[in-house]
Write a protein that binds this ligand. Structure first.
Ligand code: GLN
Length: 309
């Protein structure tokens, strides 16, 4: 698709010129060192072609984007039982907020806020050692992206482990309601490490293909999940994937998407493309500032919003 190639190149050039790039996450010290000038984009189209722009092959910390893949694994393990320990409604509050947990008896609003993702990680961990659970998550990412080189950035994991007091508070609070089965330290250790997986936009867009093609890996025809499950994961990405910025993201971009504080966003144009962007500067909700602007430009030019051209 030559037109798509041109659009991706144009967007990468446009993003390089922006001066307002948002603020790099500083609460994880290792992420604070990343240069906000980076911008990467990867679009994998229906023919399986990868269109790459800017730093689209540079690895970054995927952070909360990993929550899409842990949710997929946990649903594979527990099916609808998962929804007994986590909800699927937007929270209307920050990704690391604790306020709703008291009223809702330790049941997090959705699997993408930190509390929800910690509860999902705890479910994956049950019956395993932390090392095995982490191995399963990493193996799944490598399999989906068809790339065995994907690895965890240990410096990022250690950095968050040292400073993740708020996540520890969320986990202990849920534990007090009996929502977590495993020792809090074990669950948090696996959570911090899967957030610290490093991937490029190309690798992330590859890994997201099953969500754009009804649960199938389009290049092998291999089924990752049932079509219904892919559709449902997409719906949660649309309503909850950007925390308290999910409404704005739907309004401007019009695709299911999941952000991470490393500045990445995975977005899904069903039947059309799997897309990843990366720009480390964040907006007030902790979502990539330029990443959202780039996705808005892409969906507008391609007519890809799920709400119409
Ligand atoms: N929004 C995010 O990417 C947050 C993930 C990060 N690891 C945290 O727990 O704070």
């Amino acid at each position: 698709m030559p037109q798509l190639d041109e659009i991706v190149t144009e967007i990468a050039q446009e993003m390089a010129c922006y001066s307002d790039r948002g603020e790099v996450a500083s609460y994880i010290p290792e992420l604070a060192r990343i240069d906000p000038k980076h911008f990467g984009i990867a679009v994998i189209d229906a023919e399986g072609n990868a269109h790459i722009g800017g730093d689209g092959d540079m690895a970054f910390s995927i952070q909360s984007i990993s929550k899409v893949f842990t949710l997929t694994l946990a649903l594979g393990k527990a099916g609808d039982r998962l929804w007994r320990r986590v909800g699927r409604e937007p929270s209307g509050s920050a990704f690391n907020s604790i306020v709703l947990l008291e009223n809702e008896k330790g049941i997090p609003r959705n699997p993408f806020i930190n509390a929800g993702a910690i509860a999902v990680t705890d479910l994956i961990l049950s019956g395993h050692q932390p090392r095995e659970a982490l191995g399963e998550i990493l193996h799944f990412m490598r399999f989906l992206a068809d790339d065995p080189s994907i690895a965890i950035d240990e410096a990022v994991a250690a950095s968050e482990q040292r400073t993740g007091f708020r996540n520890a508070a969320l986990a202990n609070y849920m534990k007090s309601f009996g929502v977590l089965d495993n020792p809090v330290d074990y669950t948090l250790g696996v959570y911090f490490h899967h957030c610290a997986i490093a991937m490029s936009c190309r690798q992330l867009a590859m890994a997201g293909r099953f969500l754009a093609w009804q649960g199938l890996n389009p290049s092998t025809g291999h089924r990752v999940v049932q079509a219904e499950r892919a559709r449902r994961i997409n719906s949660i990405m649309l309503t909850c994937g950007h925390y308290d910025g999910s409404g704005e993201f739907a309004y401007r971009v019009g695709l299911p998407g999941k952000s991470g504080v490393g500045g990445g966003i995975l977005a899904v144009a069903p039947g059309k493309a799997s897309i990843a962007v990366w720009a480390p500067g964040l907006d007030a909700n902790g979502n990539s500032h330029l990443g959202r602007i780039a996705l808005e430009a892409l969906t507008r030019r391609m007519g890809w919003s799920i709400f119409g051209a």
